[in-house]
Design a protein around this ligand. Sequence first.
Ligand code: ATP
Length: 276
Amino acid sequence: MRDITKPAPEGNRLGWEDVGGLIDVRNAIKEIIELPSKFPNIFAKCPLRLRSNVLLYGPPGCGKTHVVGAAASAASLRFISIKGPELLNKYIGASEQAVRDIFSKAAAAAPCLLFFDEFDSIAPKRGHDNTGVTDRVVNQFLTELDGVEALTGVFVFAATSRPDLLDAALLRPGRLDRLLFCDFPSLQDRLDILTVLSRKLPLEGGVDLAALAYMTDGFSGADLQALLSDAELAAIQELLDSTDTGNLGKSPVITNDLLKYVASQARPSVSETEKR
Ligand code: ATP
């Protein structure tokens, strides 16, 4: 059976510099992860349990998974990332055991960040599943989360775009009790995200990313990423279409006009009606 808890490959390492916007979310995560390791003596004297298990929620493509990956590598934590549906499919009939194994593995890998993506698929409200599988998985999660306090150096994070589907017991104090909202990016956040995502792209000097941010109201971070990929592809296509064979030795350049054209054709993936 393939090991779904493998850490992300080295080449995919992100850092805080790869995240645009989401200032409050970033600050909250830094406070949760970085402060206890920077000031262990102060935190050791703190008698109250800190709320360090996090649920990130918000619309699709708004950076939940991205920010967690960046947080783990910025803090040099081992990163164990599990996609909810993958856990159910890979361990048919043994999902509770899989949950137990994942938490043991996280304890052995500490300091580490254990991340459950698409959490609603494995932790929905109990009492609605005829097979009883997800009910047993949720019960196992409750047991493990109650024991996580004893696992020093394990941060448990989960993400969902449908927090309304989750079993409420998982969100009680002591469990996933720190809720962080990743919303659609504001104008300033879109400019920040476009700046971050276009750092390595062959942009023409003086490209107006602020105008692009203005044109992309309602776009998620993933939509902005898709827009820049489309612009890059269009620049390559433009070069290939050129009849001047001398151009083939040149590198593609994303011009301001090209960006504006691609943006004028693009639509946000979540419509205004779906947002309501
Ligand atoms: P889903 O709910 O569908 O899982 P998500 O909120 O987890 O979505 P991500 O997978 O984190 O969204 O985002 C998809 C891609 O969009 C990222 O890989 C990244 O390229 C880009 N992206 C999204 N938000 C940001 C951001 N704030 N800064 C930089 N890139 C972003």
